[in-house]
Design a protein around this ligand. Structure first.
Ligand SMILES: NC(=O)c1ccc[n+]([C@@H]2O[C@H](COP(=O)([O-])OP(=O)(O)OC[C@H]3O[C@@H](n4cnc5c(N)ncnc54)[C@H](OP(=O)(O)O)[C@@H]3O)[C@@H](O)[C@H]2O)c1
Length: 244
């Protein structure tokens, strides 16, 4: 086990979906995993005793300082609930202010490692699917684009990974494209949560993924390239976020 593999990682969003898979994969690889949970009893039952569960809520900034204390990296996958109506007040509180407050708490705590943020494709390119999503989860893509600027300006080391439509399918079976083309939101751009989990754990530790924004979706055929080969082709973000 490498020195890095003994690090403590906070997963915000680690109680469900992609975040839960990330938490489990980190644990499998020997990391100490802390998960922020609105319902700590439910999270502890789901995760088991070898995970550290800490009570907290993104909409209550005072709960974030204890969560980020003494962690080496933060992976953030939380978001306003998908697939149902969410008013803009909830979307802004979760998808924007919750991230901004986490960044502030992390800076205050002196986070030395990386802040790895899960975003959605489509934040930079309009589309019909994006417009429909913004109607359901009010302006989520607007707030999620804005929060990228806060992350880039935070002074923290970071990786922003925009993901396509998420599927509950096995990982490792499809080629993965890691690109920087600002894909529009569309059902054909999809990827398994299990592949997303691998991408996050690998990116968190990879030097080429530092201060980089990229997108991951399935490509054609089976997986052939290593994550390292994918990350090495990425270009670091420009200082001005308006170019992305
Ligand atoms: N579904 C898609 O196709 C798609 C595509 C692109 C991006 N995304 C984004 O990808 C991420 C993961 O999606 P998913 O479907 O795998 O997981 P998910 O079921 O949407 O899980 C969301 C997570 O966010 C947490 N959360 C929400 N509000 C919170 C708050 N106020 N404080 C603390 N935690 C909070 C939830 O915690 P609780 O357990 O307490 O509810 C849960 O762990 C989400 O941000 C989603 O918007 C989804």
């Amino acid at each position: 086990m490498s020195e890095t593999a003994k690090s403590r990682v906070l997963v915000i969003g680690g109680t469900k979906g992609a975040g839960l898979l990330i938490a489990r994969l980190l644990h499998e690889r020997g990391f100490h995993v802390r998960v922020l949970a609105r319902d700590p009893a439910r999270a502890a039952a789901e995760l088991g005793a070898s995970f550290e569960v800490i009570a907290g809520d993104l909409t209550r900034a005072d709960t974030l300082a204890p969560a980020v204390a003494q962690v080496d990296h933060i992976i953030f996958t939380a978001g306003a609930p998908s697939g149902r109506y969410a008013p803009e007040s909830l979307v802004k509180a979760t998808d924007y202010q919750g991230v901004a407050d986490t960044l502030a708490a992390a800076r205050q705590a002196g986070l030395a490692g990386r802040f790895v943020y899960l975003n959605s494709i489509g934040v930079a390119t309009p589309s019909l699917a994006g417009a429909l999503l913004n109607l359901l989860k009010r302006n989520t893509l607007v707030w999620r684009r804005r929060v990228e600027e806060d992350i880039r300006a935070s002074g923290l080391d970071y990786t922003i990974i925009r993901v396509g439509f998420l599927l509950d399918r096995p990982g490792g079976e499809h080629a993965v494209i890691a690109g920087q083309d600002a894909l529009a939101l569309a059902p054909r751009h999809r990827i398994a949560r299990a592949d997303v989990a691998e991408a996050f754990v690998e990116a968190m530790q990879h030097p080429s993924a530092s201060r980089v924004t990229f997108e991951i979706v399935w490509g054609k055929g089976p997986r052939r390239k290593s994550w390292s080969a994918l990350f090495e082709k990425l270009k670091p973000d420009q200082r001005s976020p308006a170019t992305r």
